[in-house]
Ligand binder design. Structure first.
Ligand code: FAD
Length: 369
């Protein structure tokens, strides 16, 4: 990669959809301001565009149709056929989006730390350091899978992996697999394994709540929109989680309707060669897949002396905005795309646009003060 500049106005950590949506809105905010153009630079640890979508398993399907999975300014093209887009389609879309808006991204550059410095922040990377008047963290969650603690895991002699490392059913042909987790990933991976694995057990802590079949990400976005309105008017906001856990995308719906995708209660423990349920039933297993979610990848912010709450820096909403995207510690740092705590549906393609616009407006207002 070219040598990094020694200073920029805005440094964005990450080069996935959240960072791209922000770059779009910063570019748009630029048009409304006079003065020299802001120097905006995205630093992404991956070698190619597309963020975490590059690591998703091939059969993963978006829980929304293309038109409801678009970043600001550019509709995601509909894929052929009626199926919702797969991860490869999203990667192509994000790479095209980056080219279309001529976003300045440096890859592969990993930000190792962000520190306080005169006039802004010091961004340390594996390709040297740079100063920035403002830093926006948009590093996603993919790099921080959440591993559950289930008794007996250490003694289990089969294979154990997180859905972060799941790349399709082929390696599990003829094997007996336990999938743990009642969200979209658990449902989609369990459905994906059916027909290839010799046995699939899908264990969830509570019976999975399917969204109604005619409901997909569009409704999730409408619920998120209502949550934004409620927050803005000081009413209690209902998160999208209240609606349900699993969008019945076609492969999941087909497996469920065949009666092949049936959730079992959570296992009590793993044994050397299998799992045991609370009713003492035991099943032999060759592999376990944890579809137990992710946490925000924020290690690069640990050295900033911030106030942390629920595993992330405390944030507040810029004046009048319903999105708590700005560090509450008075440093020129914003956080984008991590989930409801920094904006309802902010961790979705369709949902990140609004908090990104709020970050862009606040960054520009802050730098122009
Ligand atoms: P990412 O895509 O993870 O991009 C962050 C980028 O920052 C990555 O390139 C990463 O390498 C880089 N990075 C991380 N740390 C550093 C660092 N220290 N320095 C430099 N670069 C760094 N959303 C939907 O809208 N529809 C769906 O159907 C949907 N399905 C999902 C299914 C799964 C299994 C998961 C996990 C998520 C799903 N999401 C879905 C949610 C969300 O859209 C994705 O998680 C998306 O990848 C989030 O985009 P992002 O840009 O915030 O993060």
């Amino acid at each position: 990669t070219d040598p990094l500049p020694d200073h920029v106005d805005v440094c964005v950590v990450g080069g996935g959809q959240s960072a791209l949506a922000l770059a779009f809105h910063l570019r748009r905010a630029e048009r409304r301001r006079s003065g020299p153009a802001l120097r905006v630079l995205l630093l992404d640890s991956r070698t190619h565009p597309g963020g975490a979508w590059q690591d998703a398993w091939p059969s993963l399907r978006l829980f929304s149709p293309a038109g409801y999975s678009s970043l600001p300014g550019r509709l995601m093209p509909r894929p052929p056929g009626d199926e919702p887009p797969d991860a490869a389609h999203v990667v192509d879309y994000l790479a095209d989006y980056e080219r279309r808006y001529d976003v300045d991204v440096r890859r592969p550059v990993r930000v190792t730390a962000v520190e306080r410095a005169d006039g802004g922040l010091l961004v340390r990377t594996d390709h040297g350091d740079l100063r920035a008047r403002a830093v926006v963290s948009a590093t996603g969650t993919w790099d921080r899978p959440l591993w559950p603690t289930v008794p007996g895991t250490d003694g289990f002699e089969g294979e154990v992996l997180h859905v972060h490392d799941y790349r399709g059913p082929e390696p599990f042909a003829g094997r007996r697999v336990l999938v743990v987790g009642g969200g979209n990933s658990g449902a989609q991976v369990a459905a994906d394994l059916l027909g290839t694995a010799a046995a699939v057990h899908w264990a969830t802590r509570r019976p999975p709540r399917y969204l109604p079949d005619d409901v997909d990400g569009r409704v999730l976005f409408e619920v998120a929109t209502q949550a934004v309105r409620d927050r803005a008017s000081g009413r209690e906001a209902r998160g999208v989680g209240s609606l349900g856990d699993v969008v019945a995308v076609p492969p999941v719906r087909a497996a469920r309707d065949r009666g092949d995708l049936v959730a079992e209660p959570m296992v009590e423990r793993l044994t050397e060669h299998g799992a045991r349920w609370p009713d003492d039933r035991e099943e032999p297993l060759d592999a376990v897949v944890w579809a137990t979610g992710f946490r925000p990848a924020l290690a690069h912010l640990r050295g900033l002396g911030l106030t942390w709450t629920d595993g992330h820096p405390a944030t507040g909403a810029p004046d009048g905005s319903p999105f708590a995207v700005r560090s509450a510690d008075g440093v020129p740092l914003w956080l984008l795309g991590y989930g409801d705590w920094c904006g309802p549906a902010s961790a979705t393609l369709i949902g990140v646009g609004r908090p990104a616009a709020a970050v862009a407006a606040d960054v520009v207002a802050t730098l122009d003060r």
